[in-house]
Design a protein around this ligand. Structure first.
Ligand code: 13P
Length: 256
């Protein structure tokens, strides 16, 4: 993992036509430009193989949007970590607020997923963040703390090494309202401090992306800030023009 990390979470969006268009345009861009930052692309699983076969670049990685806690067996509809590894997925998003909300995923259940991903030497992208009521009642830090505590309790002092945390305040997702930079930095500092105080991981080893309404017109605000190690994009990653321009801006900023 290197420098600034751009993760694209396509959620439940896309079809063959869009994916093929996306692949062609990204391939084209990568063949003409040298990128030094990390791009993680997490489409719906049915499209992974197609992308894997066509985009080959050492800075471009595949991500999944979820994983089951079981490895195999009678669990209809689920996808195991072994299957993800089999199709070259290296990163797995877990704990997204949409899964916490619509699939009732608890902190404990997410911790199990975290552990399973780490056990395969793959990289979890753990989403944490408060909702609007929690923010209004000044509980943002305590909410994130609880979301981290279950992982810290996994009795591995190094559990947050080679992991990514995505701080995604729920009220900023898909709303067009990004959190302001000072607020993000304060939350990222809190998260880093809390992890270093409660494990063996050094601040420099903790990677935190920000997610929530990041797009072409505001991407520049998140760059060159020590506390922000990357962005997790939703809507703005669905449009290849916008996505490529975001990559370009990140690239230009970090290659200066
Ligand atoms: P938006 O960029 O659409 O706000 O989504 C963010 C997100 O949820 C990424 O996981």
């Amino acid at each position: 993992m290197k420098r600034f990390i751009i993760t694209a979470n396509w959620k439940l969006n896309g079809n063959n036509f869009l994916i093929n268009n996306f692949i062609q345009n990204i391939k084209n861009y990568l063949s003409k430009n040298i990128i030094t930052n990390t791009i993680i692309f997490a489409p719906p699983i049915p499209y992974i193989n197609n992308i894997k076969d066509q985009i080959k670049n050492k800075h471009f990685f595949l991500g999944a949007q979820n994983v089951d806690t079981n490895l195999f067996g009678a669990f209809t509809g689920e996808i195991s970590i072994n299957m993800l590894q089999d199709i070259n997925v290296q990163y797995v998003i877990i704990g997204h607020s949409e899964r916490r909300l619509f699939h009732n995923e608890s902190n404990e259940y997410i911790a199990k997923k975290f552990q399973i991903i780490k056990s395969k030497n793959m990289i979890p992208i753990l989403c944490i963040g408060e909702n609007i009521q929690e923010k209004s009642s000044k509980k943002s830090e305590i909410v994130c703390q609880k979301q981290l505590d279950v992982i810290l309790k996994l009795s591995d002092e190094n559990i947050f090494k080679n992991s990514i945390i995505a701080y995604e305040p729920v009220w900023a997702i898909g709303t067009g309202k990004t959190a302001d930079i000072q607020y993000i930095c304060k939350m990222h500092q809190f998260i880093k401090k809390y992890i270093t105080e409660n494990s063996n991981v050094h601040t420099n080893e903790i990677i935190i992306q920000y997610g929530g309404s990041v797009n072409l017109s505001n991407i520049q605000n998140f760059l060159n800030i020590d506390e922000i190690n990357g962005v997790l994009l939703g809507n703005s990653s669905l449009n290849y023009n916008q996505f490529i321009k975001i990559i370009e801006i990140v690239n230009q900023t970090y290659n200066k």
